[in-house]
Design a protein around this ligand. Structure first.
Ligand code: S3P
Length: 189
């Protein structure tokens, strides 16, 4: 696994990993890259990785889209809250959350209290380009995805901004994003 040059050495990453005593929780908009960045971050730190949406799908034996279709958003949010509480209780790991998770008060308080919350952010255009690649997001089906993404980002920013660590994730490879996350966690711990 490579991260951007001019960055932490393997030994520094190892010593940082040894200091991580609670879950690192990636929050932020759909399409920002929480799952792919999270996987790589976990690999770098030799920590387990969990994707909250995948864990919900596993628990429900249904896709996120199916849950929304059959039971509605409120039901999904309830499952999401319970799944994230379980993942957080499991200790050090990297958790990628769905874009709406940190907006929920209970989840946000829990993550702020028991985890290291990292807000991954990018501009609306980058988010829209990324979400267009997959048709698996029920909240984007009701209208123009670009408008919905812009609105959700605006509405959710005050919540995401409560994360103590905030990292810009630009388009292109994730090396620079990983470096920023590692350095920010190093300083925050
Ligand atoms: C959602 C984001 C999705 C998923 C669900 C709802 C949201 O996760 O949890 O479709 O409310 O923004 P990603 O952020 O991984 O796309």
């Amino acid at each position: 696994m490579t991260i951007a040059p001019g960055t932490l050495s393997d030994a520094q990453i190892k010593s940082l990993a040894a200091r991580i005593d609670r879950p690192i929780v990636l929050v932020g908009m759909m399409g920002v890259g929480k799952t792919s960045v999270g996987r790589k971050l976990a690999q770098l730190l030799s920590l387990p990785f969990a994707d909250a949406d995948e864990a919900i799908e596993e628990a429900a034996q249904m896709s996120v889209s199916e849950i929304f279709e059959r039971f509605g958003e409120e039901y999904f949010r309830d499952g999401e809250r319970r799944v994230i509480a379980r993942l957080v209780a499991e200790g050090p790991k990297v958790i990628a959350t769905g874009g709406g998770a940190f907006v929920q008060e209970e989840t946000r308080s829990l993550v702020l209290e028991r985890g290291i919350a990292v807000w991954l952010d990018s501009d609306v255009q980058t988010l829209v380009e990324r979400v267009k690649r997959k048709d698996n997001r029920p909240l984007l089906r009701g209208g123009d995805p670009a408008e919905i993404v812009a609105r959700l980002k605006r509405e959710r920013e005050p919540f995401y901004a409560q994360a103590p660590i905030q990292v810009l994730s630009e388009s292109g490879p994730h090396g620079e994003t990983l470096r920023r996350i590692l350095e920010a966690i190093d300083q925050w711990l």
